[in-house]
Design a protein. Structure first.
Length: 224
């Protein structure tokens, strides 16, 4: 289980892809501190300036969502797919031979990767107020893809909280705790800017007010 908390966009650092074809910024990963070779799940944002081959991730399922730019054509094991609609998740296998052709210029995409043997992911988008309440053993990550949002969270005891930096977070998953709003009588919340994210674990709940688009990633142990 990964420590939950608040992940600010401003705290992320850019790293090169495995194949050198782009730059990625990790939002969060599980278990805490996991790298590319041992994650159960990993969520990131990628800046794509040119087309080319995707890195191979055997045993990994992927979901990719265009959030900026004109989109791309992905050829997955020889079959072409147009991935151009903003905020529309597209699932495919990390085992597949995948080529990317940009449709008109650079883009930013949102990536969810899960180790098939351990974790499954469901990705949806929300444009209005919504709530999440992960079941025990599951986790939910909410990230603002466009606009802003406000998050009010409640712990397993039903007490209102403000999302904070995860304990032992890596640099890619730290948070600016001075930016947190104080929760008063369960009504105030934490202001979220574009690409800020909140991770909730089983027993916690979160209420989100969205002025834009948010992605909700539900992470569940495989076989459940």
């Amino acid at each position: 289980m990964t420590a939950g908390g608040l992940f600010r966009a401003q705290d992320r650092t850019a790293t090169s892809w495995r194949n050198g074809g782009g730059v990625t910024r990790e939002v969060a990963a599980g278990p805490a501190g996991a790298g590319l070779d041992d994650f159960a799940w990993r969520v990131s944002l990628a800046d794509v300036a040119v087309g080319g081959p995707f890195s191979s991730f055997p045993g990994v399922d992927r979901v990719i969502t265009v959030v900026e730019g004109p989109g791309m054509e992905l050829t997955v094991d020889g079959t072409a797919h147009t991935v151009a609609e903003p905020y529309a998740p597209f699932p495919f296998s990390g085992d597949a031979v995948t080529e990317c052709r940009l449709l008109g210029g650079p883009l930013v995409d949102f990536n969810v990767m899960t180790r098939r043997a351990t974790t499954t992911a469901r990705v949806r988008t929300e444009r209005e107020a919504f709530s999440v309440a992960p079941e025990e053993g599951t986790e939910t990550l909410v990230i603002v893809l466009a606009g802003t949002a406000t998050a009010t969270t409640t712990d397993a005891n039903g007490d209102a909280t403000a999302p904070a930096a995860p304990t032992g977070a890596s640099p890619a998953g730290t948070a600016d705790t001075t930016a947190r709003a104080t929760v008063a009588n369960g009504t105030a919340g934490t202001a979220l800017g574009r690409y800020d994210a909140v991770l909730l674990s089983g027993g916690e709940t979160g209420a989100f007010r969205v002025d834009g688009v948010a992605a909700v990633v539900t992470l569940t142990p495989a076989g459940t």
